[in-house]
Design a protein around this ligand. Structure first.
Ligand code: AHR
Length: 496
């Protein structure tokens, strides 16, 4: 099969906010305990953080990490996780029917974030708590005043404020499973009042209001419109959450699901703009896709209630998951004019690209590489390209192109990075790429992920899905031809 891509230097979608390569660490299962924090592990530092995990996180250059939940945050008392560790209470966590030891809280997590070279996206509890608790947390984290909570942070050993810029107003408050679940009327009102106080305290912070838990919620749409109508003037982003599945074990349906993600983004953008028009506002509310991934195998797995460090949501990813994940990253890049933050949910052990063994190694799941390469090389501007590719029909879309693409231009480095997935199960693809108005371009690298077996997984001992290098042509020219293998993910870099 053949495909053709035309890239013109003058036509861009927008500048990528690096935070679209964010991730998420929740107090859930072994994400924090035995994930980032394990004082007994031989690789741990003096604070109990696993250095091998930090190195792997740094290798992805994760710009922002959402914390501490997720469902967990809706029952969380952040004050349990600060100060003298020996005095911290153990509590029941009703979100995940677990025990929270509180050995790690914001004091420790901000230190981990510095070590991992990332920022924190902090969620406040709007389930069991509200305005008072959110304002105290903001004071504790960001203030230098001679006042109670900022002094408390200093007494706990942190003279300098943590300066957390991005704040989530609760988590999935539309979901009936959520502790303190609310109607859009109740949540919209509370979110507005919290937002007013937080923005009055510090107008430099950015706020994310909760959208729907996913687009299949019966209240999807009316929730967004209602909540935005109430909070529009005080918030900067609305959240989107979605996990995709392959329950039917249908390859073509599954790897096309990035098209659903694209439609979801377009729909929520339109809702933001509808409220903008209704309010005659000049302000644009953008999107924070702060939970996205593939998750279905471990949804209802039984576990021991009321214990800590349970192996919860430890989804094992296979090669076809890596293909869809690569397509979803392209979808985020191609929507960079509206999606300013996105968090791959999650980062360590829990539905994660990075896994740890107790007393053992840290290892990479199949989805690690598409995520890493997008984050490292997907910085700059997304180009508005024309892609001519044959496609196929699914039950949710009349046309899914065999070739998924995104093209990122990094002007500073004079570099163009092309991400491609060939969805075809049968045929390799000959792709012609035309670079207009760049002058002659030279290929510098072609990395791909391919495996005959779509169901192949990585394990702690065998990395079956790993980046391979293709031969490149070093000719300088405008039109380039490359071959990409059937069902493969590819990254091709050019200099001009
Ligand atoms: O990421 C796992 C869970 O999925 C989060 O806690 C919740 O927000 C979502 O439903």
């Amino acid at each position: 099969m053949k495909a053709k891509i035309t890239v013109n230097k003058n036509y861009t979608i927008g500048k990528i906010d690096k935070r679209i390569y964010g991730s998420f660490i929740e107090h859930l299962g072994r994400a924090v305990y035995e994930g980032i924090y394990d004082p007994e592990h031989k690789m741990s530092d003096d604070e109990g953080f696993r250095k091998d995990v930090i190195e792997l996180v740094k290798s992805i250059d994760v710009p922002i990490v959402r914390y501490p939940g997720g469902n967990f945050v809706s029952g969380y008392n952040w004050e349990d996780g600060i100060g003298d560790k020996s005095k911290r209470p153990k509590k029941l966590d009703f979100a995940w029917s677990s025990i929270e030891t509180n050995e790690v809280g914001i004091d420790e997590f901000q230190s981990w974030a510095k070590k991992a070279n990332t920022e924190i996206m902090m969620a406040v509890n709007l389930g069991t708590k509200g305005i008072e608790d959110a304002k105290n947390l903001l004071e504790y984290c960001n203030f230098s005043t001679d006042t109670y909570y900022s002094n408390l942070r200093k007494q706990n050993g942190f003279i300098k404020p943590f300066n957390i810029k991005t704040w989530c107003l609760g988590n999935e408050m539309d979901g009936e499973w959520q502790i303190g679940h609310k109607t859009s009327e109740e949540y919209g009102h509370l979110a507005l009042e919290v937002a007013k106080v937080l923005k009055c305290m510090d107008n430099n912070i950015e706020l994310v209001v909760c959208g729907s838990s996913d687009e299949n919620m019966s209240t999807f749409g009316s929730w967004e419109l209602d909540v935005l109508d109430k909070t529009y003037d005080y918030v900067d982003y609305i959240s989107l959450h979605q996990y995709y599945d392959n329950e039917d074990d249908n390859y073509y349906e599954f790897v096309g699901k990035s098209v659903c993600m694209n439609n979801f983004i377009k729909g929520v953008s339109a809702m933001c703009d509808a409220i903008k028009a209704k309010k005659h506002s000049n302000k644009t509310v953008n999107l924070s896709f702060d939970e996205w991934n593939i998750w279905y195998r471990t949804k209802d797995k039984p576990f021991n209630k009321w214990s800590a460090k349970q192996h919860l949501l430890e989804e094992k990813y296979n090669f076809e998951d890596a293909l869809l994940l690569g397509c979803m990253l392209m979808t985020l890049q191609n929507n960079c004019d509206r999606v300013k933050i996105a968090c791959l949910a999650q980062l360590i052990n829990v539905i994660a690209p990075i896994m740890t063994e107790k007393d053992g190694k840290v290892w990479k799941q199949t989805i690690f590489y598409p995520y890493m390469y997008a984050s490292i090389f997907g910085r700059g501007e997304t180009m508005n390209v024309i892609c001519e590719s044959e496609g196929y029909k699914t039950k949710y879309s009349d046309f899914i192109p065999y070739v998924e693409k995104s093209v990122i231009h990094n002007e500073e480095k004079r570099e163009i990075t092309v991400f491609l997935v060939n969805r075809s199960l049968e045929e390799d693809m000959d792709v012609t790429i035309n670079f207009e108005n760049f002058g002659d371009c030279q290929q510098v690298e072609h990395i791909y992920l391919y495996c005959d077996d779509l169901k192949k997984e990585n394990t702690p001992d065998t990395e079956s899905i790993y980046p391979q290098k293709n031969d490149i042509s070093t000719d300088k020219k405008e039109e380039h031809s490359i071959k990409i293998k059937k069902h493969s993910w590819n990254m091709i870099r050019y200099k001009y």
